[in-house]
Write a protein that binds this ligand. Structure first.
Ligand code: NAD
Ligand code: IPM
Ligand code: MN
Length: 334
């Protein structure tokens, strides 16, 4: 039985980079069945719902979800939002651990972002006087499970972990710091440091090569991962894996739908292809194929870059070059 891969191309450059990922996936020696499903703004246009029930059902049954990007100005009009579909899918699959690696040259860091709690999922509403509120909420168990995941990951790397919070101001951050410190007792081999998010943002810009594994809450992780992407060459390069304890993970670029370049053929498919590599590693248990794909993508980044990284290749030309590189390195066709 082939492994079912649920592909959610989404909006803007989402479908453009997804096309390259699917070409590559179908070229690789893996037994998969790829099913494309409506999601985000595209699904709002089709059926009025950013996450149609059949899309969610298929994702639940899948081995993994490969996602492009959602959103765009077209859906900023007060109706249903594409982003709500993405948040709903993350919550439904309980993929609480969002791994966002960033590497280039001496830099090799990994942001472990809590993905299903905090400001994104707390109480929200409007008061009678017109005040609008979003609430940051965390239960200790939510912090404990992401902390354990981060310590495990740090243990498998250099053995150092930075926990990022705003404990000088926020009660949720003080809870975060306390729980992470308690979990640290089970990982005496990992060196833990706490940092405040504002100065840590500066640290990522000034000395990213000194950072290894970072664990942080949802909103801080969102922002810090774009900064980490920027210091390693830009959003076109940054991949992610969103994992739970069981069930399918979601593999998606850190970037969004890039409405400013959608339709021009200028989108860099690297982030998408690296997300596919994370899928090969984490969902299909094929680390050797993941490594080959990463190597080929790196080679093409040097030889045939897209405009965002100083070249002239189109999205499809980049994909062509990756397929050619995979062939050259002996990764057999299906
Ligand atoms: P964005 O990430 O879409 O774009 C930011 C900048 O980076 C733009 O200049 C864009 O052209 C560039 N960029 C991004 N990806 C690129 C790529 N692969 N190749 C070359 N250049 C790339 O962020 P934004 O403009 O703030 O958001 C646009 C929309 O995307 C919004 O609706 C937002 O909600 C949505 N969004 C979705 C996701 C997601 O689906 N996971 C993530 C972030 C933003
Ligand atoms: C990301 C995106 C999403 C987030 C949005 C589109 C909901 O910015 O994956 O980084 O904030 O998590
Ligand atoms: Mn983001």
């Amino acid at each position: 039985m082939p492994d079912l891969i649920a592909c959610l191309p989404g909006d803007g450059i989402g479908p453009e980079v997804m096309d390259q990922a699917v070409r590559v996936l179908e070229h690789l020696p893996v037994d998969v069945e790829v099913v494309r499903l409506p999601f985000g703004g595209a699904a709002i246009d089709e059926v009025g719902d950013p996450m149609p029930p059949r899309t969610l059902e298929t994702c639940r049954e899948a081995r993994a979800v490969l996602l492009g990007a959602v959103g765009g100005p077209k859906w900023d009009t007060g109706g249903p939002r594409p982003e709500a579909g993405l948040l709903g899918l993350r919550k439904a699959l309980d993929v609480y651990a969002n791994l966002r690696p960033a590497r280039q040259g001496d830099i090799d860091l990994l942001i472990v972002r809590e993905l299903v709690g905090g400001l994104y999922f707390g109480a929200r509403g409007v008061r009678d006087d017109g005040t609008v509120f979003d609430t940051c909420e965390y239960h200790p168990d939510q912090i404990e499970r992401i902390a354990r995941r981060a310590f495990e990951l740090a243990r498998g790397r250099s053995g150092s972990l930075v926990s990022v919070d705003k404990a000088n101001v926020l009660d949720t951050s003080r809870l975060w710091r306390r729980v992470v410190t308690e979990v640290a007792a089970d990982y005496p081999d990992v060196e833990l440091r706490h940092a405040l998010v504002d100065s840590f943002a500066m640290e990522i810009v000034q000395a990213p090569e000194r950072i290894d594994v970072v664990v942080t809450e949802n909103t801080f992780g969102d922002i810090l991962s774009d900064i980490a992407a920027a210091v390693t060459g830009g959003l076109g390069l940054a991949a992610s894996a969103s994992l739970g304890d069981a069930g399918p993970g979601i593999f998606e670029p850190v970037h969004g739908s890039a409405p400013d370049i959608a339709g021009t053929g200028a989108a860099n498919p690297t982030a998408m292809l690296r997300s596919l590599a994370l899928l090969l590693e984490h969902a299909l248990d094929r680390p050797e194929l993941a490594a080959s794909l990463v190597e080929s993508v790196d080679e093409v980044l040097a030889s045939r870059p897209t405009p965002d990284v100083g070249g002239t290749a189109t999205t499809a030309e980049f994909g062509d070059a990756v397929l050619a590189s995979l062939d050259r390195t002996g990764v057999v066709r299906r």
